[in-house]
Structures are given as structure tokens and as C-alpha cells.
Design a protein around this ligand. Structure first.
Ligand code: FHN
Length: 471
């Protein structure tokens, strides 16, 4: 089969069609081999490890578990009988709860049902390859036994257990990569931390009078050092909301990470260069992004637990988003918000495990997979409209997506077609196609018509979420 698709070398192909995934062949090598844009921070990367080596596991992993867990799980979205609008972990800020009152939650935080092994098991069942948990969110409460501040789970709660240590050990035992979220700038508990203007002066004032730098030097930087020295290998540090983070302040964090754990990645929200780009919350780009990136995302509408948020995304939607993200070159960091008892809400568990079951069959088309060589399946810009953020709108298409590996093309069909699937023109000859979900790997009929070729599909989809052809 000969086609006019640019950037594709001529070679005979074996096509592995995925009912949701078609696997074709080697013409996509060049795309996959594209190095990620070298981040500015790469200059400071350890000499022994190239940036590509450092990023290797991240590029392979594609799917991670985010965990937002802290004192905010106690009020779970309700304060003094009022349901508080917005994301659960922001309740202190939204309800303008004074530090002295919010601190009382520590005395009620006793997550007796917490079981590190079960949480890691869930990530494994979901097919996730790394875990990132809040070590300290904006409320300033450390979820580990910090020597820097008594405001931590070991010293201030009846539970007295270092849950991060237990998770780190469970991850190490099971070969799961483990990383920390750390709110470096916002700390609503400290007079110098950014964000709390109901107990303390305006941020600009803290910046000017040295209180912010004192907070950074006395709490944030030493706590990051603790996390990088007491919990084994840390795969990444997920900084967030870089308020007042100048290049110099950011560099201090970079130096700490590079000195203590040179292989540890830094996300894109430190405020200075990181190792990859963090997209906005739940913001999946419309088109392929040719650098390392990750999108943090929620399963419902909150990160921290809210007892009344039941707006769960379906397994179908989650699977589509995972494939969509991978086909555009990114990683999906999907969040759970455990309760104050230490339980991950059942719908979160069920929906993640459904994605995991799909991955068990079709993971070949996800882990380490590269971007689509096509693009037309993603949708088209709509210059006449603006989206909710005022950006030019995009009419997203959702029928199919394509992921790639050297010698392989995976076509993910979300909408089952009766008859056959016709690929956009490609320059390659397609010699073979089959469904990834077919244990017999039966060859499907491939037809050529000039520059077009099509693959005959069975009458019913092997998987109602995303059927995959493979060999
Ligand atoms: O303010 C935080 C929010 O609570 C949450 O942690 C998310 C996760 O990406 N980050 C910030 C908002 O973007």
C-alpha cells in the first residue's frame, strides 16, 4: 500500500489493528525517536545520567496515581454545617478558617483503615506505574513524621503513623515508583507562607519583609530535604502553584533535588525549569505536544475527598482520556482523594480497576507508546468560537486515536464500525492486521485501494470501551 502521508519512510508493514487499536509498522520510528525538548533545567542534571536516561521511566510509564490526602478529608467539603464550594483540599481557604481552628482537625484525623499495601495494589490493578502523594498541601500539614515542624501526622494526630514511610516501603517492595507532591509556596499555616491572607498579611508584604524567604528556608526547603533523604528513591517531586517563586528561589529547590537525588524528576510547576511540562488541571491539549508532559486529572470534581461529590467519570471516559493523552505524547496522572478513615472511595477503585482490566489486554498500545502520525482524528480548530477560557475553540473528534511503537501502529476504535476501518493515507504497505483482544490473533482481511487501505472488522467490538487490533 502506497500513500502520500509525509514524514513516513517507505517500508513493508505488518498491521496490527486494534478494534480500538490498530498496530501498523515501522514508518513511525522517526516520530517515536524524537527527543523531548530539552528543558532549561537540564543543564543542572547529573553528569552521569543524560536527560533521556533520566526521563526513560516516565516516558514508558504513561499512567500514574495521584493521591490528595490530608486534614481536609475530615471536613470532607462541609464546614460548620455548610457545604463549601470548590475543591475539597481548599476548604481552609474557601471558608477562611483560622489556623487555630483548622489545626483542631489534626486531633480528629485517625485513618485506622489505612493500608499502604492495598493502595499500592489498587495502583497496580489500575495499570498505573507511579504514585505521587501529597506530602504537604497548601494547608501546611505534613503527612509524614517531619522534624522541621510538629504540624505533622506523627506528632499531631492520634494515628501517629508515618503513612508516607509505609507507602514508600510498600512501593519499594512491589517495584512501584513513588513520588511526592509538595506545596512549596502556598502554606496557609505559616505566617510567611503564601496564600493565607485571613490570618496573616498580604503575600506582597511577606515577600517584601522577608517572611516568605524565611518560610522557604525554615520550612519548605528543609522539608523537601527530609523527603529526599528519609524515604528511599523518589521518582519525582511535584511542586505546585509557584506563587512568588523567583528564579533564585526556584533554583534553591532544584539544587536540593539534584544534590540529594539526581535521578528525581521535577514537575513543571516549581516556577523554574522542571524536567517536564505540567499541563493545567484536567486540561488535555487538543493536539500533539512534542516534549515530555503530564496532565493531572480528577476522577470526579475534587482532588481532596468531598463526601458529596459523586460526579464520577466513567471507565469509558477515563480510557478514552488515557489513550488520547498517550496519542498526543503525554502522561496521565489520575487522582484519588481518600477519606479521613484512610479509604479510597469505592467508585474511584471500581473505575480505576476497569481501566486496569482494559490495560491488561491492551497495555502494549499504551506503555512506552508514541504519538499519532496522523492528526486528523483529533479534531479541527474552530476559529469562529472561543472556549470557556477565551482561547480559540477546537472541535474534538472522538471516534478513534492512534498510538505508535517502532514497527507498530495502534488504532484505537472507540466507535465500532460495521464492516471495515479505513486508515488515512500512508506510504507503507500493510501486510497484517489483528485485534489485540483476540487470543487467537486471527489475521483480519486487509484491502488496498490505491493509496487507501482498510481492515475488515468483526461484527461486534471485542471491547466496548476501546477494542484493539494487534498481533
Ligand atoms: O491548588 C492546587 C489544587 O489543590 C490541586 O493540588 C491541584 C492538582 O493539580 N493543583 C493546584 C491547582 O492547580
Amino acid at each position: 500500500m502506497r500513500t502520500t502521508l509525509p514524514r513516513v519512510s517507505k517500508r513493508n508493514l505488518e498491521l496490527s489493528v486494534i478494534a480500538a487499536c490498530v498496530c501498523v509498522a515501522a514508518w513511525c520510528n522517526a516520530l517515536i525517536a524524537q527527543p523531548a525538548a530539552s528543558p532549561a533545567g537540564a543543564a543542572a542534571a547529573p553528569k552521569l545520567m543524560s536527560q533521556d536516561e533520566k526521563m526513560k521511566w516516565f516516558r514508558e510509564a504513561k499512567f500514574g496515581l495521584f493521591i490528595h490526602w490530608g486534614l481536609y478529608a475530615v471536613p470532607a467539603g462541609t464546614w460548620k454545617g455548610q457545604q463549601i464550594q470548590g475543591i475539597g483540599e481548599w476548604i481552609m481557604n474557601r471558608a477562611k478558617i483560622p489556623v487555630k481552628e483548622y489545626e483542631q482537625l489534626a486531633g480528629q484525623f485517625n485513618p485506622v483503615k489505612f493500608n499502604a499495601e492495598e493502595w499500592v495494589q489498587l495502583a497496580e490493578d489500575a495499570g498505573m506505574k507511579y504514585i505521587v502523594i501529597t506530602s504537604k498541601h497548601h494547608d501546611g500539614f505534613a503527612m509524614y513524621g517531619s522534624k522541621v515542624s510538629k504540624y505533622n501526622i506523627v506528632d499531631a494526630t492520634p494515628f501517629r503513623r508515618d503513612v508516607l514511610k509505609e507507602l514508600a516501603d510498600a512501593c519499594a517492595k512491589r517495584g512501584m515508583r513513588f513520588g511526592f507532591y509538595y506545596s512549596q509556596a502556598q502554606d496557609w499555616h505559616e505566617p510567611g507562607g503564601a496564600g493565607n491572607t485571613w490570618d496573616f498579611p498580604a503575600d506582597a508584604e511577606k515577600d517584601k519583609n522577608g517572611a516568605y524567604d524565611e518560610y522557604l528556608r525554615q520550612k519548605a526547603e528543609p522539608q523537601v530535604k527530609e523527603l529526599l533523604t528519609g524515604y528511599g528513591p523518589v521518582c519525582l517531586i511535584w511542586f505546585d502553584t509557584p506563587r512568588m517563586m523567583t528564579a533564585e528561589r526556584g533554583q534553591r529547590f532544584i539544587d536540593i533535588v539534584h544534590t540529594l537525588q539526581p535521578a528525581c524528576l521535577i514537575d513543571g510547576r516549581l516556577g523554574s525549569a522542571g524536567d517536564y511540562r505540567s499541563m493545567g488541571d484536567n486540561r488535555i491539549p487538543n493536539e500533539v505536544v512534542r516534549e515530555d508532559w503530564e496532565v493531572p486529572a480528577t476522577l470526579n470534581r475534587t482532588w481532596g475527598y468531598k463526601s458529596y461529590d459523586n460526579d464520577w467519570k466513567t471507565p469509558e471516559d477515563l480510557t478514552f482520556k488515557l489513550v488520547d493523552i498517550v496519542s498526543k505524547g503525554g502522561n496521565y496522572l489520575l487522582n484519588v482523594g481518600p477519606t479521613a478513615e484512610g479509604v479510597i472511595p469505592q467508585p474511584s477503585q471500581d473505575n480505576l480497576r476497569a481501566v486496569g482490566r482494559w490495560l491488561k489486554v491492551n497495555g502494549e498500545a499504551i506503555y512506552g507508546a508514541g504519538t499519532t502520525p496522523f492528526g486528523e482524528e483529533l479534531g479541527v480548530p474552530d476559529p469562529g468560537r472561543k472556549d470557556s477560557k477565551g482561547n480559540p475553540a477546537f472541535n474534538t473528534k472522538t471516534d478513534w486515536r492512534c498510538t505508535t511503537k517502532p514497527g507498530k501502529l495502534y488504532i484505537h476504535l472507540f466507535k465500532w464500525l460495521s464492516g471495515s476501518f479505513e486508515l488515512p493515507p500512508i506510504q507503507e504497505k500493510v501486510t497484517k492486521a489483528y485485534l489485540l483482544a483476540d487470543p487467537q490473533k486471527q489475521a483480519l482481511t486487509v484491502k488496498q485501494d490505491g493509496q487507501r487501505w482498510s481492515v475488515s472488522l468483526p461484527a461486534t467490538a471485542p471491547d466496548k470501551m476501546d477494542s484493539v487490533l494487534s498481533r
